[in-house]
Design a protein around this ligand. Structure first.
Ligand code: ADP
Length: 259
């Protein structure tokens, strides 16, 4: 449980870090913008021109350092798909979700008897589940039920105007009994930086990670919500052959780091 707590805190920190970097980067852009605006003035004294040029130069260096750090961070997150027994993973994740939700929220797990397999990056998969669970916790304000459910061998339904697919897909759904999402908000929830939370509380990046993960894994994510009653997010992931550990290592070779 201690390991689960440490892991969930680490995953929440990832979201905060990304949002924090975007915020810092915006501040730097603001400095550059206003310096350039001053530099455009034809009557600007020579001494001040030098100062603004130095500010632009220094700020560009700081921005480059920031993106360098972000890239170093992203590199460590190189996608490494592996074949997973989804049900077995969800059993482990339920523990993790207990710590994310704080224990006052009931976590219910509904798994099928027959196992099914997907080929995804495990840490991205767990991050996606934690991101959805953090939202569910925030929507429930301390009390409610979070249901983690798996259905195997289902088709991909048409989502956001895209045609569906026969599959088979593994459908992992997270349902909460929270405040729900108004229809005009629902269409924006997967957009990067879209948030309805207070400044400092939300980054608007949680669900874009979920969306990106689903798409990169050859699947999709759907959302259904009833204001006042609750929300269900469903991740559809293409099913894979069970495979073996050895096949895993030779199939795509070792994970290649970008850059
Ligand atoms: P963040 O949580 O930082 O705001 P997300 O991308 O994870 O960013 O979520 C975007 C928005 O979607 C949230 O601000 C919230 O308005 C809405 N949302 C997401 N999940 C839920 C949920 N389970 N119940 C109610 N609203 C939700």
């Amino acid at each position: 449980a201690e390991e689960a707590l440490r892991q969930s805190q680490k995953l929440e920190a990832v979201g905060q870090l990304t949002g924090g970097v975007a915020h810092d980067f915006n501040n730097l852009l603001t400095i550059i913008r206003s310096s350039v605006d001053f530099l455009r003035r034809p009557d600007l004294p020579e001494e001040r021109r030098g100062r603004y040029l130095a500010a632009v130069s220094e700020t560009v260096d700081r921005a480059a350092k920031l993106t360098g750090q972000l890239l170093a961070f992203a590199r460590r997150q190189a996608l490494k798909p592996e074949t997973l027994d989804v049900g077995a993973r969800l059993r482990g994740v339920a523990d993790l979700l207990d710590t994310v939700t704080g224990g006052r929220i009931r976590v219910v797990t509904q798994l099928p008897a027959r196992p099914c397999f997907v080929r995804v990056d495990l840490s991205q998969f767990e991050t996606a589940l934690v991101n959805m669970a953090v939202n569910a916790r925030d929507a429930m304000d301390g009390a409610g039920t979070l249901t983690l459910r798996l259905d195997c061998g289902v088709p991909l339904p048409p989502i956001r105007g895209h045609a569906g697919a026969a599959g088979p897909f593994a459908a992992v759904s997270l349902s909460d009994t929270g405040v729900g999402i108004a229809p005009e908000v629902l269409t924006h929830v997967f957009e990067p930086f879209f948030t309805t939370k207070e400044v400092g509380k939300g980054t608007g990046l949680g669900l874009s990670q979920v969306f990106g993960f689903a798409k990169q894994s050859g699947g999709d994510v759907a959302v259904e919500s009833e204001p006042g009653r609750g929300t269900t997010f469903t991740l559809y992931l293409p099913e894979a052959e069970p495979g073996t550990a050895a096949a895993d290592e030779t199939a795509e070779g070792p994970a290649v780091e970008p850059g």
